[in-house]
Design a protein around this ligand. Structure first.
Ligand SMILES: [Zn+2]
Ligand SMILES: [Zn+2]
Length: 357
């Protein structure tokens, strides 16, 4: 196991730096205020991050990548996956098939999500629900805006997570109208997908990863977790596609400008996962069925995509992967056994078509 832990999921939660102050659920015409009262060193852990620097329009480079990949969007047996932002400034991703799908977390502005889907030929009516991992602001900030604009959406989370969301954030209680209660280890369905939430070690009110199946496809998500616990291991090693946090480089964190208490909180067993632990875990679960690895929630201040990718690539190769591609769909990448991608912090990712055979 990657790290020795004292694991106590029922640990009492206190609000703090992973939480947000201010009006997180402001409507688009009343955007959240910027980080006025927050020390710059912790900007990475609050969601009122700098303005996203991307637009939804894909760049020429990305467009060519999309043209390679997007062909499979309508295939009966393929899944599509894309991310609209990943990291402490906002998390949201989409997983769907040709009939529809769902969002994982709601930390990105509704219009950006809608435009990102539209740019890839996916109408918002295809989105059936939002699955929340936990109640930190970078995962829930736009939950109410999304369901209010799109009332057909269900908001899937545990009752405890909903309670935390209402208690810790300034949010309309009407969000309860959209709540679809889920329970860890009890599968539920959205469209053609079956999902099982599982416990992860983090300091939200209640913290979940998801194991998602669809025909022969198995997709697993574990973000915001301080260590690899047996349930994380159990689900992730079954999946052909994993989305795994690779938050920080331990040396960068140690030598960086964050205050000591924040460094300790990030490095705690219920904080965030570092590159080395993420990479070690990937080497442990590597098996020939593993096709795609999406590294997520990279820290802006304590990590770089190259460092996270290098650690994971070396680990996968060391575990026997016959080539690690960059997920671009290029001929070279297609020749590799595993595709490894670091999800962009602010940009909308390309769409990834997931096929299993
Ligand atoms: Zn987070
Ligand atoms: Zn969190």
């Amino acid at each position: 196991m990657a790290k020795k832990i004292k694991y106590s999921p029922a640990r009492k939660k206190t609000s703090g730096l992973f939480d947000l102050t201010g009006d997180l659920f402001a409507m688009p015409d009343r955007e959240p205020s910027v980080l006025e009262q927050v020390h710059p060193s912790i900007a990475d852990f609050v969601v009122n991050a700098p303005e996203p620097k991307d637009t939804v329009e894909p760049s020429d480079d990305r467009r060519s990548a999309l043209e390679l990949d997007v062909d499979g969007v309508g295939e009966i047996d393929s899944l599509v996956f894309m991310s609209f932002g990943s990291g402490s400034s906002g998390n949201c991703a989409y997983l769907g098939d040709r009939d529809g799908g769902f969002l994982i977390d709601a930390g990105v502005d509704a219009d950006k999500v809608k435009d990102g889907l539209k740019a890839n030929g996916i109408g918002f009516d295809k989105v059936k629900g939002i699955c929340l991992t936990h109640d930190h602001g970078d995962h829930v900030r736009y939950a109410y805006a999304l369901v209010r604009k799109h009332p057909h959406l269900g908001l899937y989370c545990t009752p405890k997570a909903l309670g935390g969301l209402l208690r810790r954030h300034n949010i309309s209680r009407r969000i309860k109208d959209y709540h679809r209660p889920i329970y860890k280890e009890f599968p539920f369905s959205i469209g053609n997908f079956e999902l099982t939430a599982f416990e992860v070690s983090h300091d939200g009110t209640d913290n979940a990863g998801y194991f998602i199946t669809h025909g022969n496809h198995r997709f697993a998500v574990a973000t915001d977790l301080g260590c690899i616990t047996p349930r994380v291991d159990y689900y992730m090693r079954q999946a052909q596609y994993v989305m795994l946090e690779s938050n920080y480089d331990a040396v960068m964190l140690r030598n960086g400008a964050y205050p000591m208490h924040l460094k300790a909180r990030i490095a705690a067993a219920n904080g965030h996962l570092d590159n080395a632990d993420a990479a070690r875990f990937l080497s442990e679960i590597y098996a020939p069925h593993l096709r795609n690895v999406f590294l997520c929630h990279l820290s802006q201040d304590n990590n770089t995509p190259d460092m996270a990718l290098d650690a994971a690539r070396v680990a996968l190769m060391g575990a026997g992967a016959a080539g690690v591609g960059d997920g671009s769909g290029s001929i070279e990448a297609r020749g590799c056994a595993v595709q490894l991608v670091a999800l962009p912090r602010f940009d909308v990712s390309q769409v990834y078509v997931l096929r299993c055979d």
